[in-house]
Design a protein around this ligand. Structure first.
Ligand code: PMP
Length: 468
């Protein structure tokens, strides 16, 4: 019986369920305490996070693909604190600015080798992609092609959660319930080589380009304004592009004067082994979206990098089409800008791009070796430290496991018990990992071992029938 003079204090978990509306979380299950993996993270250091009960695990997801330099970086904390003392906030509207915004914009332009001409700052990947779409529309108005307003995205792409960026996102579960996608958004096929019938990946790349061309022709080339894509698909399944993919795709875009928006929210700042993935994959983008690793999540910040064509239109259009009436109170927030400058310095000084490439290749090889004997493991793939394991039914032929088994969620739950945060992705049966970029080989051994054990435990739970 509850003694009223000593009321039972509800747990943080209970108070969380009773007060928050969580992103991308089933409201009914969660309120009833039925969502596995509920955790209250209290502190973090290096590659580990610690929950409110003092349990520490390896954060195999770098938060949400963002804490590229790992936790507890005093240099970033100091930069934020100093900035907060000196100038906690100022805006950059209509001629106003502040020194950190300038330094960071210069730095980002320099990172593109001067190919990008201006930087527009925001706070999240979603708002930066919103900015990109408005830039595309404005551009086509100014150059006298106002009908070129449709945007082509890809199935399995993830570009954000606002109404437009959720429309761009190619995951049907994120559309139903909201009457999305908007009619101006079209989706072409995902670069998913694993399920493609082609044996030769280059033939598959060519089919992706042919499909894109078919869609542009079907819609009418004079109505298609831009193509948006992640250099490596992230949340939608971690899909590195098959060989020849970007070359073939860009050929089509050039042929029909379609702008290219490279959504580098996950891929930049070392995640796939390069400061900018566009450089690694030979992508010549008109617009580049940055967020996440830009500040390693220490403060919210995003950036839309504007290439020469669009920059020219912004200057030409001001008289004829009205100025670019767009921006956010917190565009180039000084705390975010200070955090980003300190963060990029760490990435450069510690060579974290090269480390992600090197340790990433090692981790991938470890996972491939350890998982090779498990018939439920269909594919182990990745780029840098963005990697995935995709599960299938025992074959041949190649088939998916019954979705109701929720196999990847079970793997992630066991991984958590083993001491590793990994993420079941919202499509097929895929577990993703995206650990901080200063991961060492011995950290990678631990990650691979924990994931191997989790997969073995989940596999052992399936009956012979369920495995087929
Ligand atoms: N683009 C990509 C490629 C992303 O991965 C994400 C977030 N996962 C976004 C855009 C949206 O970013 P945010 O959640 O910061 O709005």
């Amino acid at each position: 019986m509850v003694n009223d003079s000593h009321p039972v204090t509800p747990s943080l978990e209970q108070r969380d369920r009773d007060s928050l509306l969580h992103p991308f979380t089933r409201a009914d299950d969660f309120a009833a305490g039925r969502v596995p993996g509920q955790r209250i993270v209290q502190s973090a250091s290096g590659i580990r996070v610690t929950d409110a009960h003092g349990r520490s695990v390896i954060d195999g997801m770098s938060g949400m693909y963002c804490v590229n330099v790992g936790y507890g970086r005093q240099a970033i904390v100091d930069a934020i604190a100093e900035q907060a003392s000196e100038l906690p906030y100022y805006h950059i509207f209509a001629g106003a600015s502040h020194p950190k915004a300038i330094l960071l914009a210069e730095k980002l332009i320099a990172l593109t080798g001067g190919r990008m001409k201006r930087v527009f700052f925001g706070l999240s990947g979603s708002d930066a992609n919103e900015t990109q779409i408005k830039l595309v529309w404005y551009y086509h108005n100014v150059i006298g092609k106002p009908q070129k307003k449709k945007i082509i995205a890809r199935q399995r792409g993830y570009h954000g959660a606002t109404t437009m960026t959720a429309s761009l996102t190619g995951l049907p579960n994120y559309h139903s319930g909201f009457d999305l996608p908007f009619a101006l958004v079209k989706h072409t096929i995902a670069p998913d080589a694993f399920w493609a019938p082609e044996v030769d990946p280059r033939a598959f790349s060519q089919r992706c380009a042919d499909e894109l061309e078919r869609l542009i022709l079907e819609e009418g080339p004079d109505t298609v304004g831009a193509f948006i894509a992640e250099p490596v698909v992230g949340s939608g399944g971690i899909l590195p592009p098959p060989p020849g993919y970007w070359e073939a795709i860009q050929g089509v875009l050039r042929k029909y004067d379609v702008l290219l928006i490279a959504d580098e929210v996950i891929t930049a700042f070392g995640r796939v082994g390069h400061l900018l993935a566009v450089d690694g994959y030979g992508i010549e983008a008109d617009l580049i979206t940055l967020a996440k690793g830009l500040s390693s999540g220490y403060a919210p910040l995003s950036a839309a990098l504007v290439g020469p064509k669009v920059w020219q239109a912004l200057q030409d259009g001001a008289r004829t089409h009205g100025f670019f009436a767009h921006g956010y109170t917190y565009s180039a927030h000084p705390l975010g800008a200070a955090a980003a400058l300190a963060n990029i310095q760490i990435i450069e000084e510690e060579g974290l791009c090269a480390n992600a490439a090197e340790v990433g290749a090692y981790l991938l090889q470890q996972l491939r070796e350890r998982l090779a004997a498990n018939p439920l493991v269909g594919d182990v793939r990745g780029a840098g430290l963005l990697q995935a394991v995709e599960f299938v039914a025992e074959g041949p032929p190649r088939r998916r496991l019954d979705a109701s088994l929720k196999f990847s969620a079970q793997v992630a739950a066991f991984a958590m018990e083993e001491g590793l945060l990994a993420r079941p992705l919202p499509v097929n049966d895929i577990v993703g990992i995206s650990p901080p970029l200063m991961l060492t080989r011995s950290d990678a051994d631990q990650v691979a071992e924990m994931l191997q054990r989790a997969i073995a435990r989940a596999s052992a739970m399936l009956s012979a029938d369920q495995r087929r």
